[in-house]
Design a protein around this ligand. Structure first.
Ligand SMILES: [Zn+2]
Length: 208
């Protein structure tokens, strides 16, 4: 295929909006100085960009259309996640779920979401023979809205479907199921580990 260097007339070297694979923030990524995008006719461009966050500056290769729509980035864009206050084994497992999702590996992401729940139960010393039992006993050790406990069980079922071909709670495991699973897991982790920290910081700002 004919490949020619892009220019502004053909839509190349555009600024693009990307969620940074490094720092997780959304930013307007500028082209690198003196590096021209490659134009793959009719309307695909390949370019290099840098995160505008001065503390990050992650180098990203991107594939985008002539209207600036991002088709792919390397490393892939990742759903943002704040790991503050969350124990390392849980963060490590959940980050793997986010990486699988970013790569479009939805079944693997659902399995890692389930494993994140297992790590949560272990860290909170919730015991039981099965994950269902452990989630049940988790209610004695953590305070969560009832809805989030229900969500934990749904996430467990999503992971079951991902891990066992005979399980069929969900009709399929795709981007939608995994994205909701990730959002719910973030809410659970936030409620278990991050709300206390936030409250303590607010209280520290009160007058003595
Ligand atoms: Zn960044």
């Amino acid at each position: 295929m004919l490949v020619k260097l892009g220019n502004l007339a053909t839509g190349g070297n555009l600024r693009v909006s990307i969620r940074c694979p490094g720092c997780g923030n959304v930013g307007t990524f500028e082209p690198l100085q003196n590096v021209t995008d490659i134009h793959v006719p009719p309307g695909i461009f390949l370019g290099q960009r840098m995160c505008p966050n001065p503390a990050c500056k992650t180098h990203v290769f991107c594939v985008y259309s002539s209207t600036g729509e991002i088709l792919r980035t390397y490393p892939p864009e990742r759903i943002d996640f704040d790991p503050k206050g969350i124990p390392a084994p849980i963060v490590e497992t959940f980050m793997e779920a986010l990486t699988c999702r970013a790569e479009g590996l939805h079944v693997a992401a659902a399995i890692m979401i389930r494993r994140t729940l297992e790590e949560l139960c272990e860290e909170k010393k919730a015991t039981g023979n099965t994950l269902k039992d452990r989630i049940s006993s988790l209610q004695a050790t953590v305070v969560l809205p009832k809805e989030l406990f229900v969500a934990l069980d749904d996430l467990r079922l999503l992971g079951n479907d991902a891990a066992h071909i005979e399980a069929k709670t969900y009709s399929s495991i795709g981007a939608d199921e995994v994205d909701i699973g990730i959002e719910l897991t973030k809410e659970v982790l936030k409620a278990v580990y991050q709300l206390d920290d936030l409250l303590a910081r607010l209280r520290a700002l009160k007058k003595p």
